[in-house]
Write a protein that binds this ligand. Structure first.
Ligand code: PLP
Length: 450
């Protein structure tokens, strides 16, 4: 072996990594001078190590994408094998990794969503779904909920309802927002899930009538809104949306970028609601995020729109072989290791009971809600008024103290405004998930006492 071959390609210690990051990397969603990114040196399963060598329990799955945990051997091997055979080829050619990934994905998407358009991630999947809906209907407007996140590219961030939309609103064209159901903070003065679902549907019916149904191309909904708060839709709500779309020829787009691929204890969250959307977008869990990949699963009717006329859109790396090989390995591992069943078990038997018990003891916990490995702890300054522990779209010293205490306990927490989300890998063991919840428990106690 020559000297050159024996040297690692990138040989930086943690301090130098941090120094180069601060000098040259421009970070997403951040004030560049105010951040101090943690250096991650290695990761395995549900754990990762920081620059000081401290081992942390990853309760984030990063941005809720490492559904199989870090460094799953089958996915790593699939990427290596594909790289050795065919690293890349343009999307106009057929290649085995993409064909097999499309077949496997279509074998799990709801019935009839059998054609797969591949993208590089979730935002571009949503952009393309909207383009398909607009061309299919010949209409322009897209409706989505205030409590939603659909991605950071221009149209996806306009369709997004939560505060990440605000500073990009000026360029918004044809997007209209409405209130989805959320009983804990009901906009409809509802006191039961059934009331909330019915009133939220009535609100959407009125909105569609006022906007003019013949101007509306699509309603885009996260089946369970993710970063906006993990609110499970009441029984019947999504069926009502499906029916509304059918009556007016509106395309129903389900965004399952975060909640899809097993996160909820189902392959796709719509399965729990007995509805089939016209388009379903996915990313993240499709290959645990090991190589960027997203896509749109398309109904036969919409696919037929582009049977004789070209679909005017595409991406250089659509269906990239390395990403598709990772998807094939991920989906096969999920099937063989019964990962979706384990996610359902964790939600039902482990996380749900543990979080409810914690909620009963902590004055700051207003509500816990979720399913599978997809849970939110809603933190409030006052349980009676339900005033959030941080303002909408902002932060607070109390939230800062809780998150710092989590880190001291050895946990990497996922936080959004006044909430902590419990979203570790789907493969986490019962013991580790309980250990993580105990760390949050101690962090809440310490921050409250301070
Ligand atoms: N849709 C949902 C529901 C998401 O949670 C996200 C990302 O968090 C996106 C879309 C955007 O995906 P990406 O960041 O891969 O573009």
């Amino acid at each position: 072996m020559t000297d050159l071959q024996s040297r690692p390609l990138i040989d930086l210690d943690a301090a130098r990594t941090h120094e180069l990051d601060r000098a040259h990397v421009f970070h997403s969603w951040s004030a560049q001078d105010l951040i101090d990114p943690m250096v991650v040196t290695r990761a395995e399963g549900s754990w990762l190590w920081d620059g000081e060598g401290t081992k942390l329990l990853d309760f984030t799955s990063q941005l809720v994408f490492t559904n199989l945990g870090h460094q799953h051997p089958r996915v790593v091997a699939a990427i290596q094998e594909q790289a050795a055979t065919l690293c890349t080829v343009a999307p106009s050619y057929a290649n085995a990794a993409r064909s097999e990934a499309a077949r496997l994905i279509a074998s799990h998407t709801p019935e009839g969503l059998d054609r797969i358009f591949f993208t590089n991630g979730g935002a571009d999947a949503n952009e393309h779904a909207i383009r398909m809906a607009r061309l299919h209907t010949g209409r322009q407007k897209v409706l989505s909920t205030y409590r939603s996140y659909h991605g950071g590219t221009q149209l996806a961030v306009n369709v997004t309802g939560d505060p990440r939309r605000w500073s990009n609103d000026a360029a918004s064209t044809g997007t209209v927002h409405f209130f989805g159901p959320f009983l804990y903070r009901s906009e409809f003065h509802a006191t039961t899930e059934a009331e909330e679902g019915a009133r939220a549907l009535e609100h959407l019916e009125h909105l569609v009538a006022m906007e003019g149904p013949q101007t509306i191309a699509a309603i885009m909904l996260e089946t369970i809104p993710g970063t906006a708060g993990i609110m499970l839709p009441p029984a019947g709500y999504l069926q009502g949306v499906r029916d509304l779309c059918d009556r007016h020829g509106i395309v129903y787009i389900a965004d399952e970028v975060m909640c899809g691929f097993g996160r909820t204890g189902r392959w796709f969250a719509v399965e729990d609601h007995g509805v089939v959307p016209d388009l379903l977008t996915f990313a993240k869990g499709v290959n645990s995020g090991y190589v960027p990949l997203g896509g749109v699963a398309i109904s036969a009717e919409i696919a037929a729109t582009f049977g004789q006329r070209p679909y005017p859109g595409g991406l250089t790396y659509s269906g990239h072989p390395l990403a598709c090989a990772a998807a094939v390995a991920t989906i096969r591992a999920m099937e063989d290791e019964q990962v979706v069943e384990h996610a359902a078990h964790l939600g039902r038997d482990v996380i749900g009971p543990a979080l409810r018990e914690l909620a009963a003891r902590h004055p700051w916990v207003g509500e816990v809600r979720g399913t599978g490995v997809f849970w939110a702890i809603e933190l409030v300054a006052d349980a009676a008024t339900r005033e959030p522990l941080a303002p909408y779209g902002g932060s607070s010293p109390a939230m800062g103290a809780i998150l710092a205490a989590c880190r001291e306990e050895g946990l990497l927490p996922f936080a959004n405004y006044h909430r902590i989300h419990v979203v570790p890998p789907l493969t986490i063991s019962d013991e580790d998930v309980l250990a993580g919840i105990a760390m949050i428990d101690r962090a809440l106690t310490r921050a409250h006492a301070a």
